[in-house]
Design a protein around this ligand. Structure first.
Ligand code: PGA
Length: 262
């Protein structure tokens, strides 16, 4: 796992956008896996701004959502479909047919999940998967204890997740108890993974994921197995890493080395 420590959230998002732009420039196309939540919002703003400045064209970009609440319509204000539309898709020139989502109301759950996996494979796999990290180390809705080889499936939400979401819904009965999520095995097949984390409240999860043992109790620790996983952090999220000076040093040297090549 490559650890990239930036001074603040803004700079971390800038770095993630720079990596995505660089990958897109090589082929003028890209398959992205995209996460929801608070963390990637700054990255999506940067991508929108790249598009508005004419630096990135999304007409050949294909996007897959990482997860969705089970039981919500696409139009529900708390659905991840709505989130992606509001925070990214409606501001860029991605083609509607290139937007792929997990449905919150699939006709047949298992078949829907299998079809999603088939769709990912049919476009050649995900080039870059964007991830956040939960305080408990989850990625997507792969909560602690999830199989490290899991595929896209229905997952129960933890009590903490359900309680944290409750204020966002008008009726208690509306609060989702389940989600559909890409599995950990699915995520690991992406060619590159960008995990973004910001803030002191993520520092413990980040340290356990990057420097702790590989364990299903910290699903993000599985990224230690991935050859191209980059963890982009602000200072607060990096604050509990034992080797943070070393990560800074290697990153600076790498940048200097790459600058000499270009
Ligand atoms: P957050 O969520 O970005 O809203 O903190 C991350 C996650 O739970 O995966």
């Amino acid at each position: 796992m490559e650890i990239i420590i930036k001074t603040d959230y803004e700079a971390a998002c800038e770095e993630a956008a720079r990596i995505i732009l660089r990958a897109w420039k090589k082929r003028k196309s890209l398959v992205l896996g995209l996460a929801t939540g608070r963390t990637p919002l700054g990255l999506y703003e940067k991508l929108i701004s790249l598009h508005k400045k004419g630096e990135m064209d999304f007409s050949n970009v294909i996007a897959f959502s990482l997860d969705e609440y089970f039981g919500l319509d696409e139009t529900h204000p708390q659905s991840f479909a709505r989130y992606m539309d509001d925070h990214l898709y409606r501001h860029i020139n991605i083609r509607p047919e290139n937007i792929h989502r997990l449905s919150g109301r699939p006709a047949e759950i298992e078949e829907h999940c299998r079809a999603y996996e088939r769709k990912i494979r049919s476009v050649g796999g995900i080039d870059i998967q964007v991830l956040g990290i939960g305080k408990n180390g989850h990625i997507g809705f792969n909560e602690p204890g999830s199989s490290l080889t899991s595929r896209t499936r229905l997952k129960s939400l933890t009590r903490e997740t359900v309680e944290a979401n409750a204020p966002l819904f008008k009726e208690e009965g509306e609060v989702p108890r389940f989600s559909l999520t890409m599995g950990i095995g699915t995520i690991l097949e992406s060619r590159m993974i960008l995990l973004l984390a910001s803030g002191e409240d993520k520092a413990d999860a980040v340290a356990r994921a990057a420097e702790g043992p590989l364990t299903a109790f910290v699903p993000a620790s599985v990224l230690q197995l991935h050859p191209q996983a980059k963890c982009i952090l602000d200072e607060e999220a990096a604050s509990r890493l034992a080797l943070k000076d070393y990560y800074r040093w290697t990153y600076e040297n790498k940048e200097k080395f790459l600058a000499r090549l270009t």
